[in-house]
Design a protein around this ligand. Structure first.
Ligand SMILES: Cc1cc2nc3c(=O)[nH]c(=O)nc-3n(C[C@H](O)[C@H](O)[C@H](O)COP(=O)(O)OP(=O)(O)OC[C@H]3O[C@@H](n4cnc5c(N)ncnc54)[C@H](O)[C@@H]3O)c2cc1C
Length: 560
């Protein structure tokens, strides 16, 4: 059995940054990842990373924008820490070799992003995530840690009040494996595949969040799901907010720049929840375009000119030309909101510590919380690096004083027995059918707009799918790259998380940030200025609530 001081699960920006910090603290570190590190979803990030650098911008404005963007649900002490770390973090990544785009004077180029009072999104054309990921991967250096590449986390082993290790499936070898660890950092990224329409990669199935939930961890604010306003129709490939940052317009079928009705001051550059609701409202009220993939609106870049569109938005041009057969230089882009980001996740403090001793989390799978009810574009890449490092430092310190983990051969069986059962079944439910059914339910009942009737119906239907999952069957008996088995494992994880999202959304009888209840259209600070915590109970998620951290910023009505 393998054993390490710190095992990081996930090798996107958060996981790699955590591993680098733990390596630099002198610990024996391993990374377990189901994808090759450079294929992590971080590499798909387009628009950029926020930091208040330069004389005109200020850290305080970044803090204020983030607090306001969160609809006052973000913890202000965490946000202050986060925004102060932004400048040093971006400079560090630049020193690690990230090639950022530059202004005419050679300084870091910055573009405006939604909900930001100043153009503070630093970028590498429209492939910022990949530029960061490659630089960090080179910095980390493969010789300083052990890489379990194409291994899937199945379960965390928690006993005697602390983490002891984990159980994983080696996709290539086809065997189940145990790894003992003094500390574990979860950095497993997004869970967007819970929804049918999502900008997230196929690998974004929330595995780490589900594993923490099963191991007794608290999940925080899971009902807050971000829908990105501009996903390409049909495929839901993201069209970065940078497209509007560079001056793109949104227009309805009558040719109106409808955002003037919803955000008269900043129009297309309001925060994402506001713009997504505006688009959905235009379509619902009959002012959108219609087509075989449903209603939509237009994103226009034509007026920006060929030179600007092709140099600043290279990937967007490729996506539009290759996946939609349109040229954004001369034609409008059909767009509609799609799931994009989970504000919620495994609840942590600012050092990544969860309520389970020895278990840490960072990046999109964690909820610190800095995004509260709505994340600002450009703050997530920053989050992965700032809190990835914090979690790595804290996990290394925990491991330095922790006793040897007590993982036993017998710990494998309870984690693996159900999976063997799925493979042994002669008949049963197909996991991908259940996954598609879950996605349909979440799309239909738990989308941009919610209400009591829909949420109850969605919960009823989802629980029926969960019952069917008890009879799930894996037909493929092969050992190597058994994607049928992996599909079943991931679907089980997502069903757990979908239930937590709906239960939290049903309970929260107000509208705040991305959680918009048509039956409770107002924010209710007296009753709901609090975080939702969900713990796994015998009958499903058990909810409790925790206070929001305040420092300097009084809640106000949010207007853009
Ligand atoms: C298309 C797109 C564009 C975006 N653009 C921006 C942007 O411009 N600016 C911004 O700030 N944010 C952006 N975001 C959000 C941001 O990119 C993500 O929130 C962030 O990169 C997540 O990083 P991460 O390290 O937490 O996870 P990821 O980069 O997704 O990495 C997750 C890792 O976990 C591993 N993993 C997952 N499950 C398992 C398992 N069971 N076992 C083992 N390993 C596992 C994967 O292999 C992977 O290595 C974008 C997101 C998307 C989807």
């Amino acid at each position: 059995m393998q054993q390490h001081d710190v095992v990081v699960v996930g090798a996107g920006l958060a996981g790699q940054r955590a591993a680098l910090a733990a390596v630099e603290a002198g610990r024996d570190v391993a990374i377990v990842t189901k994808l090759h590190p450079l294929r992590s979803h971080s590499g798909a990030a387009q628009g950029g990373i926020n930091a208040a650098v330069g004389a005109e911008d200020s850290v305080d404005t970044h803090i204020y924008d983030t607090v306001k963007g969160s609809d006052y649900l973000g913890d202000q002490d965490a946000i202050e820490f986060f925004c102060r770390e932004a400048g040093p973090t971006v400079v560090e990544m630049e020193h690690f070799g990230t090639i950022f785009s530059r202004g005419p004077d050679g300084s870091l180029a910055r573009r405006p992003f939604g909900g930001a009072g100043f153009p503070r999104t630093i970028y590498a054309a429209d492939r910022t995530g990949l530029a960061l990921l490659q630089a960090l991967w080179e910095r980390l250096g493969t010789e300083r840690f052990t890489l379990y590449d194409e291994w899937d986390l199945i379960d965390l082993v928690v006993r005697d009040g602390r983490v002891q290790g984990l159980v994983a499936l080696d996709r290539k070898g086809g065997e189940f494996q145990e790894i003992a660890a003094k500390a574990i950092v979860l950095a497993t990224g997004p869970a967007g595949r819970i929804y049918g329409r999502t900008t997230n990669a196929h690998s974004c199935t929330g595995d780490g969040v589900a594993a923490a939930y099963s191991a007794g961890g608290y999940l925080k604010d899971m009902e807050f799901v971000q829908f990105h306003p501009t996903a390409l129709l049909e495929t839901s490939i993201l069209i970065t907010e940078g497209a509007r940052g560079e001056g793109g317009y949104l227009k309805n079928a009558s040719g109106d720049r409808f955002m003037s009705q919803y955000a008269p001051h900043v129009l297309e550059l309001a925060s994402r929840d506001v713009v997504s609701r505006a688009i959905v409202t235009e379509v619902l009220e009959g002012r959108g375009f219609t087509g075989p993939y449903g209603g939509y609106v237009h994103l226009e870049l034509m007026h920006l000119g060929k030179e600007k569109v092709e140099s600043r938005l290279q990937e967007i041009c490729d996506f539009c030309r290759n996946f939609a057969g349109i040229d954004p230089v001369t034609e409008p882009i059909p767009v509609y909101p799609a799931q994009h980001y989970m504000m919620g996740g495994v609840g942590t403090d600012i050092h990544g510590a969860t309520n389970v001793p020895g278990l840490f989390a960072a990046g999109e799978c964690a909820c610190v919380s800095i995004h509260g009810a709505n994340r600002l574009g450009g703050n997530s890449l920053l989050e992965t690096l700032v809190f990835g490092k914090e979690a790595g430092v804290a996990a290394a310190a925990f491991a330095a004083s922790a006793a040897k983990p007590a993982l036993h051969e017998s710990d494998l069986e309870p984690a693996v027995a159900p999976l063997r059962g799925w493979m042994a079944r002669g008949e049963g439910e197909d996991p991908s059918t259940l996954r598609t059914e879950m996605q349909r339910i979440m799309e239909r009942y738990v989308g941009v707009y919610r209400n009591e009737g829909d949420l109850l119906e969605g919960l009823k239907q989802l629980r029926a799918v969960r019952e069917r999952f008890d009879r799930v069957r894996v037909v493929d008996q092969s050992k190597v790259f058994n994607m049928n088995l992996i599909d079943a494992i991931e679907t089980g994880h997502m069903l757990d998380l979908a239930e937590v999202i709906i239960v939290g959304a049903y309970a929260r009888t107000e509208s705040r940030g991305a959680h918009s209840r048509t039956d409770y259209p107002k924010r209710d600070d007296a009753k709901w200025m609090k975080h939702t915590l969900a713990k796994r109970g015998p009958e499903g998620p058990q909810l409790s609530y925790a206070a929001v951290g305040f420092t300097r910023w009084e809640p106000k009505e949010r207007v853009y």
